[in-house]
Ligand binder design. Structure first.
Ligand SMILES: [Zn+2]
Length: 367
């Protein structure tokens, strides 16, 4: 399973798919599902949806991960051909200078560029430790004039992403672009492959969502249309096993999948997720019985689409599951393949246990 997940994840990481421009990723995923014999469809915003019918008397499940990635859009082309950009999503400004990027003007025609870093020899002492705001930065794609850049297809609004990259690290660790959340997408595909063969399963909708890094609400139309009883979202969980992250938690890379017990984002959103007790109990039990370690995370500062999906219709029992990841939103995010495999196994086991007797009444789970 690990080789399969690794191959699909590497493929997906190399496909640019800025929020709002997920088409290439969507087509790759639709082709992958088709190769498994699973039909899929897109909604008007571009969410890719595949449904496996199952026991109609059991609660239905929406299992989802986002296809999009953060990045930039072209804001202005200077007369000298240098390109100014606007940020799209939670871009770490301190990590931008010297990044290779890709200006996505069309499949097969994309244009490489570099985010300029002011020459060190000309940098005064007081600038050396200052983060340059993105608005002062520019992309150098080699053009000598605005006309040359425009002729190559660059325009205001052109999507720009970190130059797609996959780096195999020691052991089963993998670094590169958009591990957030192509790793989640690869795991959803793996779960679909396994559940397709299952003799007992609830109805499961697999959703690959759009615009998560932009507005955290791209999955909403899919949830509204599908009206699932249960929503399970897959994304990164912050690994805290590096010297700079210690006080935030106890999630280690390579120690297994993780479950978020609390997330909250106060800056303008006032939203978060406290997981439904039925699902905490379900996945704790599934992990225990299969010998998997299920790590726990609880901290503010991050948010997923689940926060919004849980409020759809009469309410959706929801949970965020994920894989430990380091260096979020940088161009070299790091994950461990064994965690992805563990997450897929946990989901197959847990979802397989959802039957007609599975209660979503919170009072059946009083601590
Ligand atoms: Zn994400």
């Amino acid at each position: 399973m690990q080789n399969r997940v690794s191959a699909l994840l590497s493929d997906l990481m190399l496909i640019p798919g800025l929020s709002g421009y997920e088409g290439r990723v969507r087509r790759r995923l639709a082709a992958e599902l088709k190769s498994l014999g699973i039909a899929s469809r897109s909604d008007r915003l571009g969410n890719l949806i595949a449904t496996l019918d199952g026991d109609a008397s059991a609660p239905s499940v929406m299992l989802f991960a986002h296809m999009d990635q953060l990045g930039f859009v072209v804001r202005k082309i200077e007369a000298d051909g240098l390109v100014r950009f606007e940020r799209l999503g939670g871009v770490p400004e301190k990590a931008l200078p010297s990044q290779a990027v890709l200006l996505c003007v069309g499949e097969g025609r994309d244009i490489p560029g570099v985010i300029a870093s002011k020459s060190h020899h000309a940098t005064p002492q007081d600038e050396k430790y200052r983060v340059t705001p993105y608005a002062e930065l520019y992309v150098d794609a080699g053009f000598g004039s605005a006309a040359a850049a425009t002729a190559a297809g660059i325009d205001v609004g052109t999507p720009v992403v970190y130059a797609p990259k996959v780096v195999r690290l020691a052991g089963d660790r993998l670094a590169g672009t958009s591990v957030d959340d192509r790793a989640g997408c690869a795991v959803v595909v793996e779960v679909a492959r396994e559940l397709l063969r299952a003799t007992r399963r609830p109805t499961v909708h697999f959703v690959f969502s759009v615009q998560e890094e932009f507005n955290l609400r791209g999955a909403l139309p899919a949830a509204q249309a599908l009206a699932p009883d249960i929503a399970i979202q897959l994304d990164l969980v912050l690994a805290t096993d590096t010297p700079d992250m210690g006080p935030r938690g106890d999630v280690a890379l390579g120690r297994g999948p993780a479950m978020s017990m609390y997330s909250f984002h106060g800056r303008g959103t006032l939203n978060g997720l406290i997981p439904h007790p039925a699902l905490v109990s379900l996945f704790d039990g599934a992990a225990k019985d299969t010998g998997l370690t299920l790590q726990r995370s609880a901290h503010i500062g991050a948010l997923t689409e689940t926060s919004y999906v849980q409020l759809v219709g009469a309410g959706v029992a929801a949970i965020d599951l994920g894989f430990p990841m380091r260096y979020s939103h940088s161009s070299l995010e790091v994950c461990a393949l064994s965690d992805l495999e563990g997450l897929a196994r946990l989901l197959v086991e847990g979802i397989g246990r959802i039957d007609a007797a599975f209660s979503l009444d919170p009072d059946d789970y009083v601590a």
